[in-house]
Structures are given as C-alpha cells and as structure tokens.
Design a protein around this ligand. Sequence first.
Ligand SMILES: Nc1nc2c(ncn2[C@@H]2O[C@H](COP(=O)(O)OP(=O)(O)OP(=O)(O)O)[C@@H](O)[C@H]2O)c(=O)[nH]1
Ligand SMILES: [Zn+2]
Length: 351
Amino acid sequence: MHSQTFTLFQLGWRLSYSHDLTLQDFEAGYPARVVGVHRNALSVLSARGAASVILSAAVEPAITVGDWLLLEMEAPRVLRLLARQSLIARIAAGSERRLQPIAANLDTLFIVTSCNDDFNLSRLERYLTLAFEAGVEPVIVLTKADLCGDVGSYLDAVRTIAPAVACVPIDATSTACAEPLAAWLGGGQTVAFVGSSGVGKSTLANTLVGSAARVTGGIREGDARGRHTTTARGMFALPSGAWVIDTPGMRELRVGAVETGMNAAFDDIERLAAQCRFHDCRHQGDRGCAVEQAVAAGTLDGRRLANYRKLQREAAQAARSTKERREHDRHYGVLNRHAQRLQREKKGRDY
Ligand SMILES: Nc1nc2c(ncn2[C@@H]2O[C@H](COP(=O)(O)OP(=O)(O)OP(=O)(O)O)[C@@H](O)[C@H]2O)c(=O)[nH]1
Ligand SMILES: [Zn+2]
C-alpha cells in the first residue's frame, strides 16, 4: 500500500510514547503504527517500511487503527500495545454494549457540519463530548459556507456553546479550504472526521488529498490510486504529511455520553452547579438551584440544559448496562464451569 518509508516523527510518534518503553523493549523490538485492521492481520508502518502482522488468538483483540505497537525485531509479531494518547471508542451495537476501540492516538477530531439544516447545537454538543472524552482536540468545520449568505450567525451560534473551540467555515469543494485547516494538518498529525451524512466529509478528504497533490507536482493528478486513497479503510497520508483515519467504525460512530467528556463540554453548567445551594442538587425544581436560575435569567440556554440532562441519562444508562453485562458474564461463567465439571465427572464415570 505505502511504498515509501516514513520516519517515526512522520508517522506521528511522540516523545511520550518512549516513556512507555524500557531499554530492553528497544533491544527486543521496534515501534510500528497500525494503519489497517483486517480479520486476521494488521497493516503497519514503521521506519522499516510497510508490513503485515498476523493476528494470533493470543494477541490483544482490541488493537485499532492508529495504535502504536512494539513489534518483535526478528519476526513481525506484536510484543506490546503502547499506551494510547487518545482513544475514540464506541458502545458496540447489540445487547452486549461493549466498548469497542475505533481510532487511537488522534490529535484532532474535525466535527463536520454544514451551514444549513444539518446545523444542530445539541448534536454538536454530543460530538464535543465525544472528543473531550477521547482526549482529542475538537475543531468544528462548517462546510457549504459558499452556499450560505450568513456564515456569521453560524459562527455566533457555535460560540455560545463552545467559545474555546476553533470553528472554521469552508467550501469543502475548493482547494482553498486546505489553508485555514493547515494548523491541524501538519506532518505527523493524525485527524479524523465525524458528522452526519452529506455534510461533506468525503468531499473534504478528497479535496485535501487532491489539492496538495497538485501543489506537490501533480503526481496524483488524474491517478485513480490517488482518489482511491480516501475510500481505503484505515489510516492514509495526506500529501501535507498528516494522517486521516477513515474506517467504517468512524462513520458509524454512535455518540454516547460519558462523564469526563461532559465535564469539559458543559463546563459552564458544571461551574453553575457548584453554586447550587445543595450539593446533591438535581437542577430540577430544587431550591436554590443556580443552574435553573441561570436559565430563568437568560444566561443559560434551556435547550443546552435539556441536552445536558439527556446526555447524563444516556451515560447513566450505558454505565448500568455495562454493569449488568458484567454480572451476566460472571453468572454465565459460574454456570459454564459447573457444567464442565459435571461433564468431566460423567466422563470419569464412563471410563
Ligand atoms: N458547494 C458545496 N458543496 C459541498 C460542500 N461540502 C460538500 N458538498 C456537497 O455535498 C454533497 C455531499 O458531500 P459528501 O462529501 O458526500 O458528504 P459526506 O459527509 O461524505 O456524506 P457520507 O459519505 O454520506 O457520510 C456532495 O454533493 C458535495 O459536493 C461545500 O463546502 N460546498
Ligand atoms: Zn442545581
């Protein structure tokens, strides 16, 4: 897939990963980054070039795109999964509700929405929560700005919910959009896109691949492989040297809510809550509630509070399901061991 070799820095290596490695580790193995996850194998890139690592049952099953691994010096075998700097995980579909890693070691999450009916503050709050929970810097990308007569009002609206988050209006179809996003697309930086269908995620990725290709001498211009890159599943390099993680998991991300992310995404509400008269205030008709007073005074949007409550309920629900699952597993494990013992005893009698 990638014929070039990359330096560790180009692959997104950070000094902090070295802190996770001992001298023995460096003697026994070398770091490699996961760029593709297949049923039985991983595609990795390292300073040695591209390699395929066969997954054995013994290997950690939760390795995901973007992960850094320590590979054995002699054969491409996984010695260890290095501690992640950030991780986007989702609650797996189905009744089990396991946390499934989707993308690791991202620097930036581009939250993509358009300057039209797709624009929805509650959805943005969800994505912001997700980014903060994952430990990734969010950047809000407002596409279709070229079709909108009043981009300023969208920027103002974003400012009311996330004054500290960068918000960049663009025309995703124009190569000019690479410039305002350049700060997050430097060499060795890793990004991913989230957003509803039709907001321009693919368009933006294609433009970023295409525009820079043209700048760097047209190597990819008209080359079918260049186009193909953006639809490949996994992690691919932009000509700017940044990495984009684009996997089915990323596209199907269901935005759940989790506490750490909520504290960051709703820090204004958290700060108000600290001023409520009772420290166990539920902010629902409780006496001396600073949060509800702020809504009454018009300094806090009632919609935002309602969304906060909704995400809190979902987080509580998810936590409950995880606990129930653990109890179910434990119960099932006991039953299973019991059945196995009965079978062994029966066998013993048969001999
Ligand atoms: N004028 C204009 N059109 C845009 C812009 N961004 C996206 N589009 C158009 O919107 C349509 C949908 O864009 P896509 O890139 O397919 O959207 P997506 O987010 O990848 O959608 P999914 O693949 O369904 O998740 C395409 O026809 C794009 O050309 C923009 O900034 N300006
Ligand atoms: Zn309160």
